[in-house]
Design a protein around this ligand. Structure first.
Ligand SMILES: [Zn+2]
Length: 172
């Protein structure tokens, strides 16, 4: 006799949801909630969107990864981990952009949309005693708008990092 069990799991919810490419460059898409400790430095790391990782990894890695969901971004400057997902770890070598927040990065980019680096801010401060980095970024966020999600390794707005960098340079 054939015994039929109705399969409830038919609609498999893959943990790797395929994100549509059509969500545009809206700077305000909320980042994944929650924080997870970096396996290397133990600092809490924020989740990043699949499209951020996909946009920034090398072509070689892009062809190897089937899914870009579920990565976290470690912003600790002394930690070599850039992204991690369970025991998968991506470092600078896996990325096509220089992660400016990591120790020794050149250029030490802080704003990826409008190309502000610590070098540029330092040069302005040395020449004029002030920098218009924050004003410039804020103005350009209005027009033409930013694309942090696919340009900035953090996947988010750089203003906090820029403010921190200015403070750091001023007191160094
Ligand atoms: Zn770390």
């Amino acid at each position: 006799m054939f015994h039929f069990t109705p399969k409830k799991e038919e609609k498999k919810e893959s943990s790797c949801s395929t994100q549509t490419e059509s969500d545009g460059d809206n700077c305000c898409t909320p980042q994944p909630k929650g924080k997870v400790a970096c396996p290397h430095c133990q600092e809490k790391a924020k989740g990043v969107l699949a499209k951020t990782v996909k946009a920034l990894v090398t072509e070689k890695l892009k062809s190897k990864l089937s899914c870009f969901d579920g990565f976290y971004y470690c912003k600790t400057s002394t930690c070599k981990v850039v992204y991690f997902r369970n025991d998968e770890i991506l470092t600078q070598a896996d990325l096509s952009v220089v992660v400016g927040l990591k120790e020794g990065a050149t250029p030490a980019t802080v704003c990826y949309c409008f190309e502000w680096s610590k070098e540029k801010i330092r040069a302005q401060l040395q020449a004029k005693g002030e920098t218009n980095a924050l004003e410039d970024i804020k103005a350009k966020m209005e027009n033409p708008g930013c694309s942090c999600e696919v340009l900035n390794p953090s996947g988010g707005c750089c203003l906090g990092d820029v403010a921190k960098a200015i403070k750091e340079i001023k007191t160094s």
